[in-house]
Ligand binder design. Structure first.
Ligand code: ATP
Length: 214
């Protein structure tokens, strides 16, 4: 069964780093599709600047026209912080015990995984596919011991093998290294600089229309 990719994020705003991550994982891991799940009130970080509805709209505009991508509104609709493990449990209930699920993470997110709420339960619910991200080396020295142990236990060389199991493996994939972050884009807009070519024009047009980040 083809795995379904899950890409959670604040998407404040969505940019080409996210889109390229989803595209390369979809192709390399033969995902049936990728669900972009914008966080409503992310529990791990300072709260986003754009409103939930604006972040959802930016995601929709960014992925429009790609039949492999869809926006999933389940977290954005919730009034309280929502943990990834709860979202994955929700998806698991909805999609059945056999469906392979694959949580897509950039290296920065993966390196902090052991601080997430009930993080070990995630392995019973989904595979994890990690992509490198400039500035966040995935070297073992940079990794907390408990995460290193899970990585050794669950490491899978062959991405195609994810299709045979619903959850529990970790794969790593080299993707185009794009040193793009939403933080930098927000700063540029605030400073009156152009973030053009770091994110889709349709998203930048919306940011300007709505006067977000300025
Ligand atoms: P911010 O700068 O506001 O923290 P961000 O650019 O890191 O935002 P998020 O929405 O927090 O974006 O990221 C969602 C997911 O996408 C995370 O797993 C993150 O690691 C991954 N990601 C974001 N940008 C990149 C990138 N340039 N390359 C690889 N992965 C990325």
């Amino acid at each position: 069964m083809q795995p379904i990719g899950i890409l959670g994020g604040t998407f404040d705003p969505i940019h080409f780093g996210h889109l390229r991550l989803a595209e390369e994982m979809a192709e390399g891991l033969h995902l049936s599709h990728v669900r972009f799940i914008p966080a409503g009130f992310p529990p791990h970080r300072v709260q986003p600047q754009a409103r939930p509805s604006q972040r959802l709209e930016m995601v929709k505009r960014a992925i429009a026209g790609n039949p492999l991508f869809c926006a999933d509104e389940r977290e954005i609709a919730k009034p309280a912080p929502c943990y990834s493990v709860e979202t994955l449990a929700d998806l698991r209930r909805e999609l059945g015990a056999q469906q392979p699920l694959c949580l897509l993470l950039g290296a920065d997110a993966f390196l902090g995984l052991n601080t997430w709420h009930n993080w070990r339960e995630i392995f019973a619910l989904a595979h994890i596919a990690v992509a490198q991200r400039p500035g966040y080396p995935l070297a073992e020295q940079a990794m907390p011991d408990e995460l290193k142990r899970e990585l050794e236990l669950r490491w899978q060389d062959d991405g195609a093998a994810l299709a045979g199991l619903p959850a529990g493996r970790i794969v790593q994939r080299e993707i185009a290294a794009l040193a793009i972050s939403a933080t930098r884009i927000r700063r540029q807009i605030k400073a009156g600089e152009s973030p053009r070519y770091l994110l889709p024009d349709a998203v930048l047009d919306y940011i300007r229309e709505q006067h977000i980040y300025s």
